[in-house]
Design a protein around this ligand. Structure first.
Ligand code: GRF
Length: 218
């Protein structure tokens, strides 16, 4: 098997998606290895999860930097120092500067707890309940400079039940996040999906286009 893709996870809090990614990456055939966790908060419970998996973790406290650019420069330096090729954001509550997103374009992914493009931003489950949707879910997407609007890699849906609260809905969505994110990371690290011209292009599609071009039978 070729070298596994050196991957970092950026967190701000609980770290349950970090746990799901780290568990998946324990599998010998998984195409990514988690080599670094970065938190912008020293009190993130996710840092203990990193420690439990033996993954090096670094705190880069955003409050210590004068600007978003300086903060992102410190993150960028830590990623480069660890020779990281792919970055997963998992509950990372900072918005990046445009240069950072461009520098990591196609190698920077995020999970969001709604079926984007519905309900970007924060208080997502409250937004969903207020809108009265009957289905919600989660999305893994490439990060682009505009918040929560990058090309979609994968989604999972859950029902919204009549007596749901933001908490009960969040729990149902989170269980799907823990399955979806490792599968999405597998696709990206395995080269089965790529960001091209601001679109997510899937290998299966590339293959079928090629077959059509060659005139292969289905
Ligand atoms: C998840 O719901 C994720 O979709 C959102 O923030 C939450 C992070 O949870 N971006 P955790 O820290 O992974 O437990």
């Amino acid at each position: 098997m070729r070298d596994r893709v050196r991957t970092a996870v950026l967190i701000s809090g609980r770290g349950s998606n970090l746990r799901a990614l780290a568990e998946a990456a324990r599998m010998p055939d998984f195409p990514a290895q988690i080599v670094l966790v970065i938190s912008n908060r020293a009190d993130s419970p996710g840092l203990e999860i990193a420690q439990g998996f033996g993954i090096p973790a670094k705190v880069v406290p955003h409050a210590e930097f004068d600007s978003r650019e300086d903060f992102d420069a410190a993150i960028d330096a830590a990623l480069r120092e660890a020779d990281v090729s792919l970055v997963c954001e998992a509950g990372f509550m900072r918005i990046h500067s445009e240069w950072f997103v461009k520098r990591w374009e196609g190698r920077l992914i995020n999970i969001h707890p709604s079926l984007l493009p519905a309900f970007p931003g924060i208080r997502v489950h409250r937004q969903a309940l207020q809108a009265g949707v009957k289905v919600s879910g989660c999305t893994v997407h490439f990060i682009v400079p505009e918040l929560d609007s990058g090309p979609i890699i994968s989604q999972a849906a859950v029902p919204v039940l009549p007596d749901d609260t933001p908490e009960t809905l969040a729990g149902r969505v989170l269980a799907e996040e823990h399955k979806l994110y490792p599968e999405a990371l597998r696709l990206v690290a395995g080269g089965q999906v790529k960001l091209e011209n601001r679109r997510a292009i899937f290998e299966a599609r590339l293959e079928s286009d090629a077959a059509e071009f060659r005139g292969d039978l289905p």
